[in-house]
Design a protein around this ligand. Structure first.
Ligand code: 5GP
Length: 208
């Protein structure tokens, strides 16, 4: 059964940094067909091992600000002093082609997407508790102590925003969490409102 005319679904995933959301969403898109992860633009310098166009589109602050002035972002935010944003045309291209897309963005970005009145499904990922988040942040040792403390302080504020999201998933076990995310994507795809075109086509074959 063709799926050509269906417009893709927009998923937004947020979590305090260190909750492992990027790894989770990378695994998710590997497993679910026709689901893509959005690649954000950032003015943050690439960390060791990060690749341009894969982890982020790395651009200068000036280039980023020019994109803001040209209204190219669906949403953008200043996170820890660096600018991050989702390019509207990139997202639109995926949705118009009928694929679903996941934006992995912070709570400010998610609020902007919501304010635009777009149809979206939002998921908030929580670590099992504060101590686990701290352990994970220290364990990955990407940041120095000051940066870790700043992330933890931000996390204290961010977690209360779970109330603005449609779904909440606790990231205790990686595999189980990916399975929960898969479940959310499949459930949303099966909603009657998202299935109505295909259902109408099927029902049409029953006409005498
Ligand atoms: P990091 O520098 O560790 O890769 O990301 C820092 C934070 O920026 C994370 O909370 C991440 O979700 C957020 N972020 C990444 N891309 C975007 C984006 O396009 N928009 C917004 N609003 N936040 C983003």
């Amino acid at each position: 059964m063709s799926n050509e005319t269906r417009r893709g679904l927009l998923f937004v995933v947020s979590a305090p940094s260190g909750a492992g959301k990027t790894t989770l969403v990378e695994r998710l898109v590997e497993r679910v067909p026709r689901l893509q992860m959005s690649h954000s633009y950032t003015s943050r310098p690439a960390r060791a091992g990060e690749r341009d166009g894969v982890d982020y589109h790395f651009v200068s602050r000036e280039a980023f600000e020019a994109m803001v002035a040209d209204n190219e972002f669906l949403e953008w935010a200043d996170v820890f002093g660096n600018l991050y944003g989702t390019a509207a045309p990139d997202t639109e291209r995926v949705l118009a082609a009928g694929d679903d897309i996941v934006l992995v963005i912070d709570v400010q970005g998610a609020a902007q997407v919501r304010r635009r009145g777009l149809a979206l499904v939002s998921v908030f990922i929580l670590p099992p508790d504060f101590a686990t988040l701290e352990r994970r942040l220290r364990g990955r040792s990407k940041d120095d102590d000051a940066a870790i403390r700043r992330r933890l302080q931000t996390a204290r504020e961010e977690v209360s925003h779970f109330r603005e999201y449609d779904y909440v998933v606790v990231n205790d076990d990686l595999e189980e969490t990916v399975r929960s995310l898969e479940g959310i994507v499949h459930a949303e795809r099966a909603r009657r409102t998202n299935m109505s075109e295909m259902a109408e086509r099927i029902v049409a074959t029953f006409r005498e």
